[in-house]
Design a protein around this ligand. Sequence first.
Ligand SMILES: [Zn+2]
Length: 244
Amino acid sequence: MACLNCSEALNDPYCQHCGQKSISPGITFQETISDFLSTNFSIDGPIWSTLRLLVLNPGRLFREFIGGKRKSYYKPIQFFIVTTIVYLAYTELIDYDPLKGEFQQTARSENQKAFLNLGEQAARLMVKNISNFLFLLATSIALSWKMFEWKKGTLAEYLSIGFYISGIYVLFGVITSTLLTLEVGNKSLNFIVLTLHSTYAFVSYAGETSFWKIGKGLFASLLALILYLIFSFSLAYLIVWIRQ
Ligand SMILES: [Zn+2]
């Protein structure tokens, strides 16, 4: 028998040349569904081990993934895309509006009115395109961590970490949007969750829990948040301004 992907002769259940499983031609629903379930949701599959470590021991995940242990974990950007889809589907389902109650201030002058209007448009644009704007969060985390731990990793490595942290932050959004819909807590909940988890991840990645590292992690997280706000608002304002 020959591999159907690369035509190499087959001796094993998996092709030695390209790694494809030995299969027969044609597609069945059973195959499609079981493939999807086993690669994405099997209990010791990459998605669960990635999630578990991101919550319990993010530093170990970052070290192992960057160190070359790739197949056991979900790739950062993929992970980020999956969590964003889950978040968007969920908030659509519970009809969550992150901007509810905002922009109801009575503006005094025409100038203020125009500015508020621009701000509202920019904020609505961000909410509608949240998946694109969250790319900026991953980038901000990468830049900030790079500044605080210059020698420990490359920017590309920090960007992977940034996508993992953004991904888990988006998943926490499922919980915070539920709480906010039930009118428990307020909007700063999101930022508190992000800052706490990101500080925890920083200390965990450093592998040493000293007062100094925690402080450094906290500053790195706050800087990432500030960079994210600057980047995303500038981009949103720019787009709204160009569209006018
Ligand atoms: Zn092959």
